[in-house]
Design a protein around this ligand. Structure first.
Ligand SMILES: [Zn+2]
Length: 458
């Protein structure tokens, strides 16, 4: 690292966090750096101490869980083993939607609550809260897992990610910060064309960030465009792919084109990083100090190697506990210990959501994850949405609010306006109303599917 980068890491960043009241992020990171190397027994002890605490708090303080536990004839002290957790009812996304306020700790200080919402890429948009303490732990967890890929605070960074629009820094503090801290170079995956990709590739070569973070599909598209034109790609030290399923074929393509290892990650808006690869690339280590993860099939836990649904209990969000939340993705356990020395359990074969690119009017390609984030999550009244594109210049919104319940005019206006904003003017929009949009028999949820865009991926 350069002297400047050391200065940012050791002095400026801690000072900035202290000034904004977020210094605990650094303390959390130190703690997570230590606990990843606990013995399996010590880690288990830590996880179970936190799990017992969250179950107990939820039962004593949260009206929703008091009711759920009472109905199931359970008290928290009944839960002593992994198998006992199976008796706690699953928390569905629709449960969170319907019980947002009774899931909140009524005594939790309102000024320490953070409100957030998910996009619609895994089925149902969800609103939720977490505590400021959880925010610090989330940031620290993300940083720990970024460091596995070779990133360090103070270094340059690049991302191929969705952004609503390029926002200049507002306010003098933000402006000063943007001048002092290394900026993040970003290619907006809301609009990807070959020209923008080539330009970004050149910017990367000049800026030289060690690590790139990208939506998996966006990076595949990026790699395809460069390969087709025979343009040499920028070679970072590491690439973090997230937010979308990464197939073995995609990984080989990306690693071949960028000549850098891929560190795949599973994360979501609700819990931030869930699991990611270490330098051994042998499955993904869980963020186990903050999340208790189960893989289930029906009413049992899966055997090792067997695919199951991911069920998440957040161990650190005391403001609004999420206990046995069905994520909508599937994975399998990896057995044995990882040669990196970390005891954090590992999962593999993560699958779940299909978020194809959609082709816009001027042939721009617009990331499905970005559409889920910037259209669906902005308008909870849209409910479940699926975007289907079978012909150029045309899309179908399938809306799961009921067969005979068309969207209201203001929602239709919003969809048209946003469609034009992201996909260009003149797109023909059709609607289909259904009772609900189920997951596929394979367990996948199709948020966006485009036979037009898939042609680019061949
Ligand atoms: Zn490892």
């Amino acid at each position: 690292m350069s002297v400047y980068q050391q200065f940012v890491k050791q002095i400026l960043n801690p000072f900035d966090l202290w000034r904004s009241g977020d210094y605990a992020e650094i303390q959390n990171l130190r703690e997570f750096e230590r606990t990843q190397f606990l013995s399996p027994e010590e880690l288990r002890e830590l996880v179970w101490r936190r799990l017992r605490n969250i179950l107990d708090r939820a039962y004593r303080r949260i009206p929703y869980y008091k009711l759920v536990f009472d109905r199931a004839g359970l008290i928290p002290s009944d839960i002593r083993t992994d198998a006992d957790m199976l008796s706690v009812p699953i928390l569905e996304k629709r449960d969170v939607q319907a019980n947002l306020h009774t899931m909140l700790d009524p005594e939790f200080p309102k000024n320490r609550l953070i409100f957030d919402k998910t996009g619609g890429s895994t089925g149902t948009p969800v609103n939720y809260y977490y505590s400021i303490e959880r925010k610090w732990a989330r940031q620290a967890a993300m940083l720990r897992h970024d460091r596995w890929a070779g990133y360090e605070v103070g270094q340059r960074f690049a991302s191929i990610w969705g952004a609503a629009r390029d926002m200049p820094p507002s306010g003098w503090k933000q402006k000063i910060k943007s001048l002092i801290f290394p900026k993040t170079l970003q290619l907006n995956s809301v609009q990807m064309t070959p020209e923008l990709v080539f330009e970004f590739n050149e910017q990367l070569k000049r800026y030289r960030p060690p690590v790139i973070l990208a939506y998996a599909n966006a990076l595949v598209l990026f790699a395809i465009f460069l390969k087709q034109r025979g343009v040499s790609a920028y070679q970072p030290k590491g690439i973090i792919t997230s937010a979308e399923v990464l197939t073995l074929e995609d990984r080989q393509l990306i690693e071949g084109v960028f000549a850098a290892p891929v560190f795949n990650r599973l994360g979501c808006r609700e819990f931030s990083v869930i699991a990611s690869e270490c330098e051994q690339h042998s499955g993904m280590h869980l963020m186990a100090e903050g999340l208790y993860i189960e893989l289930i099939r029906g009413s049992r836990h899966t055997e090792s190697g067997e695919t199951g649904e991911i069920i998440v209990t957040d161990l650190l969000n005391e403001a609004m506990p999420m206990i046995r939340y069905r994520l909508g993705d599937t994975a399998s356990w990896v057995t044995g210990t990882c040669s990196c020395g970390r005891s954090l359990p590992r999962i593999d074969n993560v699958a779940g959501r299909v978020t194809d690119f959609i082709v816009g009017m001027d042939n721009r390609l617009c990331s499905g994850v970005a559409l889920a984030t910037f259209i669906v999550s902005k308008r909870p009244s849209l409910g479940q949405i699926q975007i289907i594109q079978e012909d150029y210049g045309k899309i179908l919104y399938r809306v799961g609010c009921g067969k005979d319940v068309p969207l209201q005019q203001h929602d239709l206006d919003f969809l048209r306006e946003q469609t034009e904003l992201y996909l260009g003017n003149g797109m023909t929009i059709d609607y289909e109303y259904v009772d609900s949009i189920p997951h596929e028999p394979s367990g996948k949820f199709i948020f966006s599917k485009s036979t037009v865009a898939r042609k680019y991926f061949k």
